[in-house]
Design a protein around this ligand. Structure first.
Ligand SMILES: Cc1cc2nc3c(=O)[nH]c(=O)nc-3n(C[C@H](O)[C@H](O)[C@H](O)COP(=O)(O)OP(=O)(O)OC[C@H]3O[C@@H](n4cnc5c(N)ncnc54)[C@H](O)[C@@H]3O)c2cc1C
Length: 468
């Protein structure tokens, strides 16, 4: 019989916290989640779900071009962006209700309020309510990074939250940062007719993606009228009567860009302050909670997962880290052997950007492999050689594989174009199952499908791609 009220108290009900709670309940633990705002966290309320609801509507609006090609005339003057935005909020609300239902179904106690870890086995909610627990899991997530001189007012200077709350379209928008968030909003706004200019400090857009797949996205965006300033520093910002003026610097030369609004999407900051962590001996590194195997912090009963720890800031990463931590905690509670998986393999984490064309990847990029002197061979197969992509007139795209030339181990997978964010999983499953390109190359893929491009890239790695 435990001396504590709970086996596990989780702080934060985002995709890290709520998935951990369900897994804990499945494993027979008595679990509570403390959430100060809404269940679903950033992902459900101000991230993945509402942004994908906007992207889906942007795609529908974009598809008008295809209808006009058939001779259909569509009058777009009635576009009411507030309705687009309302649908995105409805998606977020629906997601939150779904999460609440799952909490109830799994008998997870949800405690509203702001939590602090007040002891190795104690969490205090709203300064008064004390919860005693054998273990504590910190899943408090992150918030948009604010740059000095570019503070969010959510009117002219927007964070990702501010742009998701925006009910009218600006005529023009500057975007700082060409990572996943910046590029998704660049796509959405451009599709709805906003003049979009992206400023990126790194020498190219989508800096974490492979140069070859990122180039496909850049070409498609430029064709649609998005302007890019890469290798460019955002030096200062001035608010004017009609919008903002951004001073940029490149190669020692300054220039001024004007727009109605600016979106600052230059990363996120972990929510690790005021949680009582340092008092328990938990170490932080640039604000991120330092964790060991099984996401255990330096305080043995306190674990941390998701955006608050230094791993890719993605919803599926938060959820999976939570599952690993909770399975270990359950083994401690029950006195059973520790599970095999101690941490995520950083080379097997998929990342996806849902702009059009979509881009998805895992593992090594060519640039990183060269930098780390990894012996690799790469092969790319263009969608122009894929029957389905040709049939539906979506040949912009490619699949790419990096593999060890000696062992044939899959080192990286990259897909850009139609269904990229779905296709990536075939390559990743192959990696996880320790398959080699030959296994994908010899598996029959239905025709015509874009999946055949994945088969062809694997055949190419084996030296016998057919449709090129
Ligand atoms: C615009 C945008 C789009 C995105 N799109 C994607 C995508 O397509 N795919 C993807 O994988 N990721 C995406 N992300 C990232 C994703 O949202 C995050 O990686 C994910 O939400 C992290 O989950 P988490 O559980 O760690 O934290 P969060 O989702 O941030 O949840 C943390 C929760 O903790 C609560 N909390 C914090 N402090 C306390 C406290 N002291 N007491 C009680 N509660 C507290 C917060 O209110 C919050 O609900 C996107 C992010 C943004 C901003």
């Amino acid at each position: 019989m435990s001396t504590y009220t709970y086996d596990l108290v989780i702080i934060g009900g985002g995709p890290g916290g709520y998935v951990s709670a369900i897994r804990a309940s499945q494993l027979g633990l008595k679990v509570a989640v403390v959430e100060k705002d809404k269940l679903g966290g950033v992902c459900g309320n101000w991230g993945c779900i509402p942004s994908k609801a906007l992207i889906n509507q942007a795609e529908a609006y974009h598809a008008i071009d295809a209808l006009e090609h058939m001779g259909v005339k569509i009058d777009v003057s009635g576009l009411d962006y507030s309705k687009v935005q309302a649908k995105s909020r409805a998606a977020a609300d629906g997601s939150g209700k779904g999460t609440a239902y799952l909490m109830k179904k799994n008998k997870v106690e949800v405690i509203p309020g702001t939590a602090v870890v007040s002891g190795a086995n104690e969490v205090t909610v709203n300064g008064t309510q004390k919860l005693s627990s054998a273990f504590v899991l910190v899943a408090t997530g992150s918030r948009p990074r604010e740059l000095p001189g570019f503070e969010f007012d959510e009117k002219l200077v927007l964070s990702s939250t501010g742009i998701l709350a925006m009910e009218t379209l600006p005529q023009s928008l500057l975007i700082l940062g060409s990572g996943a968030i910046g590029m998704e909003f660049a796509y959405i706004m451009n599709a709805f007719g906003v003049q979009v200019t992206v400023v990126e400090m790194m020498p190219r857009i989508l800096p974490v993606e492979d140069h070859e797949t990122a180039a496909v996205v850049e070409k498609a965006f430029v064709k649609r009228g998005v302007k890019f300033h890469v290798g460019t520093k955002a030096a200062s910002l001035k608010k004017t009567g009609s919008g903002v003026e951004l001073t940029i610097e490149k190669d020692g030369k300054a220039d001024v860009l004007k727009a109605e609004k600016i979106l600052v999407a230059v990363g996120r900051v972990p929510n690790s302050e005021n949680l009582g962590l340092e008092a328990l001996g938990v170490k932080l590194d640039r604000g991120f909670v330092t964790v060991k195997d099984y996401y255990q912090t330096d305080a043995p009963t306190v674990y941390a997962i998701g955006d608050v720890v230094p791993s890719p800031l993605l919803a599926h990463v938060a959820s999976k880290e939570g599952e690993i931590a909770v399975e270990f905690i359950a083994s401690k509670v029950k006195g059973t052997p520790a599970p095999h998986e101690k941490k995520l393999d950083p080379l097997a984490i998929p990342g996806a950007t849902y702009c059009e064309p979509q881009i998805a990847s895992f593992g090594w990029t060519e640039e990183k492999a060269r930098e780390k002197k990894i012996d690799y061979q790469a092969y790319s197969f263009p969608f122009a050689g894929n029957g389905k992509a040709k049939a539906v007139d979506r040949t912009e795209g490619l699949a790419k594989i990096l593999f060890d030339p000696k062992t044939k181990e899959i080192l990286g997978g990259h897909v850009v174009g139609l269904y990229a964010t779905e296709l990536i999983h075939e390559l990743l499953l192959a990696k996880k199952a320790e398959l080699v390109p030959e296994d994908i190359a010899t598996m029959i893929h239905a025709h015509p499908t874009v999946s055949e491009a994945v088969m062809e890239v694997a055949r190419g790695a084996e030296g016998w791609a057919i449709h090129i």
